[in-house]
Ligand binder design. Structure first.
Ligand SMILES: [Zn+2]
Length: 322
């Protein structure tokens, strides 16, 4: 296993000692005296950990995720300005209290539990990916790694948004069956390693292909699997990568141009997108009831990490409660 401080050199970590903890949800205990918002003490909220500087060119264009100093509070950053943001917001999820900009709070209706809200980081990543693909109701989606933590989120969001058909790949047939049971008519499970994914999708779509590919495979997945799924995209289709595959992918620019296919990287989601998801869950279109929560106390954090390793795919949601 890679030692954390030697992780990706382009992703700065907070100077130690640091308080870690991502995807926090809880109750507002104090509101800053210059906050102009409807957020008040006692409100239940999810904290989007994505911090931005507010003044770089991307921030001034209203595009905070592309801030040159974009930083996950309590985790890692993306630019040289991240260290300052770690210092500005040093208290993260594993602390008893945390500070956060009011613009990062997603107000939670009572119908969403804190355990479900702790899943918003993964869900939001999938939701933002579907939005970047300009997903429209009635379209078809292929979710590569559909039974995983990101993939399951993409499946339930595509269902919520009105996908006509959702092809979902996975290795574990038991989990694929469980996934298909969420909507047997619309979800088509594809067991990886049996037949090429592209072949199955093309056959099922009359040779047309899917409108959108959400690439959510983990870091150990082979590049051949990514290319196979990319071949299932229709002419003009968009592939959005939110997965962890780090090996180079041999994409051919000329066919890409002729077929007008896109391969887009997508990171995280905006707080507004988080609020959209809360509204969909409250309305009942987004089903957050699919998760099985495994709760741990803060001093059991190492056991929680083991549970993440052993978990039953994306259905298991490991949460630290305190
Ligand atoms: Zn900025």
């Amino acid at each position: 296993m890679t030692k954390y401080p030697e992780w990706f050199p382009f992703l700065p970590l907070p100077a130690l000692p640091a308080i870690y903890g991502l995807d926090s949800a809880g109750v507002v205990s104090k509101v800053g005296d210059r906050v102009r918002s409807d957020i008040k003490v006692g409100d239940r909220v999810y904290v989007n950990p994505g911090l931005s500087c507010g003044s770089c060119q991307a921030c001034r264009r209203g595009d905070p995720i592309n801030c040159t100093a974009y930083t996950f509070q309590g985790y890692f950053g993306f630019g040289p300005g991240s260290q300052q943001l770690f210092e500005d917001y040093p208290y993260a999820g594993f602390g008893q209290y945390m500070t956060a900009p009011v613009a990062n709070l997603v107000k939670l209706p009572d119908s969403i539990s804190f355990e479900q809200a702790a899943r918003f980081g993964y869900l939001g990543t999938s939701y933002s990916a579907l939005r970047k693909a300009q997903f429209a109701a009635g379209q078809t989606v292929l979710i590569d790694g559909g039974t995983g933590t990101l993939g399951l989120g993409a499946v339930i969001l595509a269902l919520a948004l009105g996908a006509a058909r959702i092809f979902a790949t996975g290795r574990n047939t038991g989990l694929l069956e469980k996934l298909q049971a969420l909507d047997p008519k619309r979800i088509v499970p594809i067991a990886l390693g049996e037949r090429p994914t592209a072949e199955i999708v093309m056959e099922a779509t009359g040779g047309y292909g899917v409108d959108i590919l959400i690439e959510a495979l983990g870091p150990n997945a082979p590049v051949s699997s990514v290319l196979d799924s990319f071949n299932a995209l229709r002419r003009g289709g968009k592939a959005i990568n939110i997965g962890g595959v780090a090996d180079p992918i041999p994409l051919e620019p000329f066919p890409l141009m002729c077929l007008q296919k896109s391969y887009i990287g997508s990171l995280w989601f905006t707080t507004a997108e988080g609020q959209d998801m809360a509204a969909m869950a409250h309305a009942g279109t987004l089903n957050l009831g699919v998760f099985e929560h495994e709760k741990f106390a803060l001093d059991q954090v190492n056991e929680a990490l083991d549970a993440v390793e052993e978990r039953g795919g994306g259905f298991t949601n490991v949460v630290i409660m305190h």
